[in-house]
Design a protein around this ligand. Sequence first.
Ligand code: AMP
Length: 273
Amino acid sequence: MQLFSSKERVGKSIGFVPTMGYLHQGHISLVQQSKKENDITIVSIFVNPTQFSPNEDLSKYPRDYDRDHQLLLDAGCDVLFYPDSEEIYPKDFQTFITVDEITQKLEGEFRPTHFRGVTTIVNILFNIVQPHKAYFGQKDAQQCAVISKMVDDLNMNLSIVVCPIVREDDGLAMSSRNVYLSPSERNDALVLSKALKEADSLIKKGERDSFRIKSEMISILKSVDTSEIDYAEIVDFKSFEKVSVLEEGKHYLLLIACRIGKTRLIDNQIISI
Ligand code: AMP
């Protein structure tokens, strides 16, 4: 990886991939997309304390700088930004960005301070990196919607690119948190992608009643003893409002947040009727 002076940036397009590290192919797919679309690709690794609540896993969040560094070299990343917590949040830090409505629902109900931390760090990173395009994963669907809303509302001068979910061969959505799963929990975790697949096939067969679709997802999630559901919902693709009947020509999201043992996993699928 190289250093670029501000002169060398002139006339070059900058793609930016913010991450919390412990990288997997999901992250690398964002780097690859950025490399296709930009002259310079910058990746940040920062486990952002403000998006974790006190009872969450900040201190034990998995970290492996050397492995991440090598994966990024192999992927052809140009610049790795790896700041300390004190650099980002000095002692007298006091400014936060909040997006209102869309952050109150679903993830926001279960993690009330999460999105405020996300929008704040994303702003700080955008201001430091000054990218033309920033790359996010559909895996965190509500995060993508919140960030897109913020960029839109504040007329921020960059584009958000949302990239598809990368899955393991058996369907489990890749996540840094999968490392917490024991071998039997890893197997149980397949209920998330299975529930989405079954719901999708019900919809393809013509089911439009969201209660029946949700019931199917819930019964699959409950089929393993280790699961504890936070939500299994069908929402409007843009507003994240819950819907009761699916309508032709509209786009929706099937969204799941479910604990498997102590590990909280999320997954989703886009539905177009
Ligand atoms: P994280 O390091 O978990 O904060 O994720 C950094 C970025 O990678 C976010 O935009 C995530 O949505 C994205 N990401 C994480 N997992 C996946 C995945 N399985 N497929 C695609 N993108 C992902």
